[in-house]
Design a protein around this ligand. Structure first.
Ligand code: ME8
Length: 492
């Protein structure tokens, strides 16, 4: 079973911030879940390096543009490492494999391409064409200053795809998610699609148009083609993976992915992805993130200060995936204290430290009483409950579901009072501890996609490899456990 998941490829104009880390981590959570669930996963990310904006940034930095690209692209690779993103590949649009792929892709669109002149406004911030009615005080909806453009350009016959796109959305109600965003796109397409200018002549930092090297490709054709380059296009068949593909994108680039991209793919006769999921935007301490306000959240600072698992957990617990949210350190501190230290950390610590008191030895007994049976069943049902949530990209609900089992387990400890049983009923004690280890293992798998580092610690404490959900079905045997260290020490 194949599964393909992508992040946006990031522009290299600035430093990676929490928004980029968010998109990459979201895709990572889903990729990790699918791998644990036995899928053959391809998970990709990368950098989008062409276009007028990058050329200008390099000029401003006083660097040759390729050198500038190498430098900033590396920062995105570092962010990927910092966040423990498990991507299988990292693409740069300046790579040879991509240039070849984008040019072939262009040629496959040629029946729908014609030459004309573009006369109108352009927003370099979003690398997008804007209409007169979208401009307010000389600014595009992105806040970027628009520029007048008058140049010879190739056009893609997007207008010919209006009905086909509407049919696509109609027949595949889950093609665009969350549902609220779908309506937005449908009304945009219904309002009428104009042909799209897809080449530029005024600068040369781009992929040359095959057969007409005066032109470079519009950066969005170049960028979107990355998703097929990563599948080995044009040398390898892409169908099997592409059909299982989920693109994770920010809401501001949904239009490019849900309208232009499928139109291009239809024109090229290539398979469409399964879904485009648009996530929301983070503000910082109640305001739009901006360099001038100085409130841009740096992932490396947050990891340094609070820990990686802590940050990754917060991003998906604080805000429902798909909605906008506000990043505040006070909220992050609360989540760490209550959800992580008090709920998860405490459960693992109190059970495993208690086993240490019994010389670190677990004597298993699966001959459960009624209460233990319930907790055992709930532990075994966890992955079954998570699967449909992850398949809807409802990462927030998935965390809530894991936390239900954590609360239930903590309550079970309170009710069973193992410290009392140690003195009065060791037969029952063994059953209680056995089922609690089962619960902790299931919880370890539940948190593993979100907090791989924490899960690794939990697995090490209970002698579990942690490579596959199948391990949940293996019974514990009499065993010695190592002493656990607190998962979320207060001083971190
Ligand atoms: O648009 N909150 O690249 P980009 C949440 N190169 N997510 C945010 C965010 C915020 N405040 N800011 C950025 C591009 N993001 C194109 C994409 S894909 C073929 C080409 C995330 O560097 C969000 O996922 O502007 C957004 O879509 C992505 O970074 C855009 O990155």
């Amino acid at each position: 079973m194949n599964f393909y998941i992508t992040t946006p490829i990031y522009y290299i104009n600035g430093e990676p911030h929490i928004g980029h880390a968010y998109a990459s981590t979201a895709a990572d959570v889903i990729a990790r879940f699918k791998r644990l669930d036995g899928f053959n996963v391809l998970f990709t990310t990368g950098t989008d390096e062409h276009g007028i904006k990058v050329a200008r940034s390099a000029e401003k930095a006083g660097m040759p543009v390729q050198q500038f690209s190498d430098m900033v692209s590396q920062k995105f690779r570092d962010m990927t490492k910092l966040m423990n993103i498990s991507n299988d590949d990292f693409i740069r649009t300046t790579e040879e494999r991509h240039i070849k792929s984008a040019q072939k892709f262009w040629q496959m669109l040629e029946k729908d391409i014609y030459k004309d002149k573009y006369v109108g406004w352009y927003d370099p911030r979003d690398e997008t064409f804007v209409t007169e009615s979208e401009i307010v005080d000389g600014k595009a909806p992105s806040g970027g200053t628009v520029e007048w453009m008058e140049e010879e350009s190739y056009f893609f016959r997007l207008s010919a795809y209006q009905d086909k796109l509407l049919e696509l959305y109609e027949k595949n109600p889950d093609f665009i998610a969350p549902a609220s965003r779908r309506n937005e796109i449908i009304s945009f397409v219904k309002s009428g699609l104009k042909d799209l200018s897809i080449s530029r002549t005024k600068f040369d930092w781009g992929i040359p148009v095959p057969g007409d090297e005066k032109h470079v490709m519009y950066v969005w054709i170049d960028a979107l083609a990355n998703y097929v380059t990563l599948l080995g296009f044009p040398d390898k068949p892409i169908d099997d993976m592409m059909k299982e593909c989920i693109h994770i994108v920010g809401k501001e680039i949904l239009r490019f992915h849900a309208v232009y991209w499928p139109a291009f793919l239809m024109a090229a006769g290539l398979p469409l992805p399964k879904r485009i999921f648009a996530h929301g935007w983070w503000t910082s301490e109640g305001q739009k993130m901006s360099k001038s306000i100085g409130n841009v959240v740096s992932p490396s600072e947050m990891v340094e200060k609070y820990g990686l698992s802590q940050l990754r957990y917060f991003l998906f617990k604080e805000v429902r995936f798909g909605e906008d949210g506000d990043f505040s350190e006070a909220a992050l501190q609360n989540r760490i204290l209550y959800d992580l230290a008090n709920d998860l950390g405490n459960l693992v610590q109190r059970v495993l430290a208690f086993i240490q008191k019994l010389n670190g030895h677990l004597t298993v007994d699966y001959n459960f009483d009624a209460e233990a049976k319930v907790l055992f069943e709930h532990s075994h049902e966890l992955v079954k409950k998570l699967r449909p949530l992850i398949d809807k990209q409802d990462l927030h609900a998935a965390l809530l579901t894991v936390w239900e089992l954590i609360s239930e387990s903590n309550k079970f400890v309170n009710d069973m009072r193992p410290w009392k049983l140690a003195k009065s009923d060791t037969v029952k004690l063994n059953k209680v501890l056995t089922v609690l280890c089962e619960a902790i293992r299931a919880i370890g798998f539940g948190v593993a996609p979100f907090m791989p580092d924490t899960a690794e610690k939990i697995f090490a404490y209970i002698n579990t490899a942690g490579n596959s959900f199948d391990e949940i079905n293996v019974r514990f045997t009499d065993t010695d456990f190592v002493a656990p260290a607190p998962l979320f020490p207060r001083e971190k």
